[in-house]
Design a protein around this ligand. Sequence first.
Ligand code: AFP
Length: 318
Amino acid sequence: MGEGSGEGNSDYTGLVVDLRRQMWTAGVEEELRRLIWQLAVTGKYISAKIHESNRKLAGFKNLYGEEQLSLDRSADEIIKNQLQFSGFVREYASEEQDAVVLLGKGREKYFVTADPLDGSSLVDTNLAIGTIIGIHKKSIFARGRDSMVAALYITYGPLITMVYSAGHGTHEFVLNREGEYVLSEENLMMDQRGSIYSPGGLRKDYTENHLKYLEYLEAEGHKLRYSGGFVPDINQILIKRGGVFTYPALKKSPHGKLRLLFELQPMAFIIEQAGGVATDGKEAILSLQVENLDQRCPIYIGSRFEVDKAKEFLAAES
Ligand code: AFP
């Protein structure tokens, strides 16, 4: 793979295309290609940890006071160690770290955010869980639109799949038996409207307008698909080309549950590149200024029809 990058003309007839070839063809610049590849590779080590997991609590609490499963900490260590000597990562912020970690000498090109193992409370149920990564070209305390250059997520399910975008479309890879990520879907494009909805939170805690919105989707015939894992729930909407995931503002927690920096920004970047939209109910997720690591906000993400409809219901006088 040469220094430069391809012209984005992806004619792969008859070829098995791996992650590095696809990124080169898509025109991703060299250091970013290496960083995305290094992060994707951590999926193999994290998956191995999941398979050998002893499911014991680590006895630690993270910044948010949540019990940390040993797996969360292991996944975080794997990612941090992989980036430590990459040579182009300046800072690392993770849901499992209390503060931003300085990895470089202060001149490196990229800032990386991670939710190392999202949905870890589902490990004992054998449901799919995932890793969420954001890649920024400047300080993460900014609007995603201004700082983000790429994002990826890895889904640990019956197959290990990796979806990434570096601003040239959204693409899916499957980890094959040889341990290579092979292109399965290139330039994923969501439909304007879907047929599934993934509603987080408890009905008793919903605001009146949010409840009316969900009742509208049900009346439209949308099918409920919710696993409790943000990564597989979003992945389903992307791969099925439509629908909406929401974790809304709740009566007692107006900012919802999910974290802007570690969970929502990367998924918003990926879904927007696939022709979808992501909002907090008013503003685009990528237009929101990140003030702190623990910042949470409501989320409506997926096809344009369903997300625009959410904004309509939420704006109505209740
Ligand atoms: P855990 O990482 O604690 O399992 O939480 C998962 C999560 O952050 C996200 O992956 C889900 O979308 C959301 O929480 C599920 O929340 P509920 O359990 O309230 O439905």
